[in-house]
Design a binder for this molecule. Sequence first.
Ligand SMILES: [Fe+2]
Ligand SMILES: [Fe+2]
Length: 236
Amino acid sequence: MPVSIGASENTFTNPIGLLSDCHRRIERFIKTLLTVATQAGGSSLDAEHRRALEVALKYFREAAPKHTADEDEDLFPMLRQLANPRVSTVLGYVDRLEAEHKTAETWHREVEEICQCWLSRGRLSDDESARLRMVLTLLSDLYRDHIALEVERVFPAARSELSAAELGNLGRHMASRREFRTRRRSARSTVRAIDRRSRLETHHAVQLRAKAPRQYRNQPIVLLPVTCGLLENSAG
Ligand SMILES: [Fe+2]
Ligand SMILES: [Fe+2]
């Protein structure tokens, strides 16, 4: 079960597109956790399952909270500040989305706790294993509806109602959030650096496809974490 993080398709100059890219990672890593929990069933982890579990847990521990912060601390307050009747319906959805972030956080804490027991002890009891699968299923269901609401209702409103300057600020805040702990530099230079990295990755993917044996050329390319934020855990 290869673990794919993939390359971002958008940059910080398109912050709403970048938030959608983050959704793909959330979906992928929840699926990874659910697959490991189902296939291994709480029994001894082989090397591949262990690695997949560690990578997915790290993503939800370190990177996904940045995506939540992008929305809770930047995007949602920007929409509220508009005081615009065209976004009044959307603001109702925003309240629900914020509550779901808190619910997801609680469930992720439980998943982290059970999985760390699994990694350290080597196996889970039947009850722990069943509970893990249940919480992951709840999370998977929550994210499916949550992401649909954001993509279908909230993001289109943000695109149409936020000004170019506001979207620029959102992108700069998102870039700073990912870079702040690794290297101090201006938000503008962070955006440039990450955009440059993203272009390099796209170039790299094209080269990989060209060099692959013919029968693999139409297969999706799995890129190990590079864009994911100058550091693999900083993407969100
Ligand atoms: Fe969200
Ligand atoms: Fe989101």
